[in-house]
Design a binder for this molecule. Structure first.
Ligand SMILES: Cc1cc2nc3c(=O)[nH]c(=O)nc-3n(C[C@H](O)[C@H](O)[C@H](O)COP(=O)(O)O)c2cc1C
Length: 201
């Protein structure tokens, strides 16, 4: 197979763009459909599709933020106006957010960890899809992915959980790269059985 230079160069340089820097314009309906199609084209042991995606866009962004603010105020009655404002604006200014939910299915073949990993792949493939269509993205979890009431308000059903929210938009800036792990510190060559991971390298 020939080298795909564009894909290689993209993978070597991809960076998340923070939510505050994702602006209009966002993807149109056709572009969004393409992104979601790419996102759901992931390894999936047993073909279970153990995930769901919920799109938060347009006026729903404000309503979703209000729902989070109400839950945050219940969780922390001392939360001030500034804190509430942060919650109300959780889905702004980015034009689009896709919540990625792990929705495990009964399976003798694929343990739940594999199904969760498949959902993680959906989230990251969505990041790639956004870039492929000329946008930028950021995968976050924040408190609301772990708060049962907030997860439920955003659409998670019993037994489901958020693997994250992928914010998508046009980047207002191109961020500098961040330090990347030194390969030698994370990659080693297998040199025979070891005890508890020692003896490799
Ligand atoms: C599961 C998961 C959850 C994350 N949640 C957050 C978050 O809540 N807030 C945040 O600032 N970054 C979060 N990140 C990190 C960003 O997605 C991103 O990886 C990082 O800001 C920049 O790294 P990159 O440029 O290599 O993508 C999360 C990453 C993962 C994988």
């Amino acid at each position: 197979m020939a080298v795909n230079q564009a894909v290689r160069d993209y993978l070597l340089t991809r960076r998340s763009v923070g939510p505050a820097f994702l602006r209009d314009p966002g993807p149109d309906a056709d572009e969004l459909a393409t992104m979601l199609t790419i996102a759901t084209r992931v390894p999936d042991h047993g073909k279970l599709a153990p995930w769901r995606l919920i799109v938060i866009a347009g006026e729903d962004r404000q309503a979703a933020g209000e729902a989070l603010a109400a839950i945050a105020a219940r969780n922390n009655p001392a939360l001030d106006e500034q804190g509430l404002g942060i919650e109300r604006g959780r889905f702004l200014p980015m034009p689009l957010t896709v919540a990625v939910i792990s929705s495990p299915k009964p399976s003798e073949k694929a343990p739940e960890i594999e199904q969760l990993l498949s959902a993680g792949n959906v989230a990251f493939n969505l990041v790639h899809a956004a870039h492929a269509l000329g946008y930028a993205a950021s995968w976050v979890t924040r408190w609301f992915s772990f708060d049962p009431a907030a997860s439920s308000a955003l659409g998670a059903l019993p037994g489901e959980r958020f693997v994250g929210l992928v914010h998508i938009g046009t980047p207002a800036l191109i961020p500098e790269d961040r330090p990347r792990p030194d390969l030698d510190s994370v990659v080693s060559r297998w040199r025979g059985p070891s005890i508890a991971g020692h003896g490799q390298g």
